[in-house]
Design a protein around this ligand. Structure first.
Ligand code: CA
Length: 228
């Protein structure tokens, strides 16, 4: 059963969440000591983290950024702040999704399911290679020019979708759908943020023009092209 770590300083909310998750068949683990949270995360090695933004000491955003330095456990931000800029910041910090308080319970459970499904490892040896870039979704990384970069789940989804349609122009809407698996959560800005970050990582691998923008249409990886 998937282990879900709850990082939430409001005791009542925390306990309610733990109960809810246990009732749904998950194994909840709640953090109660908010100093040195990262070691506790690594010790528990959860399948997913529900992370409150407002925490005593280190806030959720910087915690996630620190975690992402060497860890790819999926994170759903839980926030009472409700602005687009917070959402974008959260995604920039490597969060996989976010949900606002007060919880809509069915929505929270649905998002947990989607994020877990997205992160479940497929065959570890499975990879795609096009134009000198090798994407290994199970390992969460891409390799080119003997360099490797770690990718977030969103970045993997974007790259995998573009590679699966190499040579074609992929409309933004198709990518957004591939990202969220659900048209309700469409957000064009979110795609732009993820795309910028992904391109930065590809550039660091020596592939600055790997993903071409077809202005007003979408994105394209040119099969057998000379971009590499
Ligand atoms: Ca809080």
């Amino acid at each position: 059963m998937p282990k879900i770590m709850i990082i939430e300083d409001d005791k009542a909310v925390r306990e309610e969440l733990a109960l809810l998750l246990a009732n749904e068949g998950y194994e909840p683990v709640a953090v109660t000591d908010f100093h040195r949270i990262i070691p506790q995360v690594k010790e528990a090695s959860p399948d997913l983290i529900l992370l409150d933004l407002g925490l005593p000491g280190q806030d959720g955003l910087s915690l996630c950024a620190e975690l992402r330095q060497d860890n790819d456990i999926p994170v759903i931000f839980v926030t009472s702040r409700n602005s687009t800029s917070d959402e974008l910041t959260a995604l920039c910090m490597g969060g996989d999704d976010y949900i606002c308080k007060p919880y809509n319970i069915p929505l929270l459970l649905a998002r947990i399911k989607v994020v877990l499904r997205r992160s479940s490892p497929k065959a570890a040896t499975e990879y795609t290679e096009i134009n000198g870039l090798r994407l290994n979704p199970a390992k969460g990384c891409a390799t080119a020019n003997r360099l490797t970069t770690e990718l977030t789940r969103n970045e993997i989804q974007i790259l995998a979708h573009l590679m699966a349609h190499a040579g074609e122009i992929v409309p933004r809407a198709d990518l957004i759908e591939a990202l969220w698996n659900n048209k309700i959560y469409i957000d064009d800005n979110t795609l732009s943020v993820n795309m910028t970050r992904l391109r930065g990582k590809l550039e660091a691998l020596g592939l600055p023009d790997y993903i071409r923008t077809r202005r007003g249409i979408g994105y394209q990886i040119c099969q057998g092209g000379t971009a590499e």
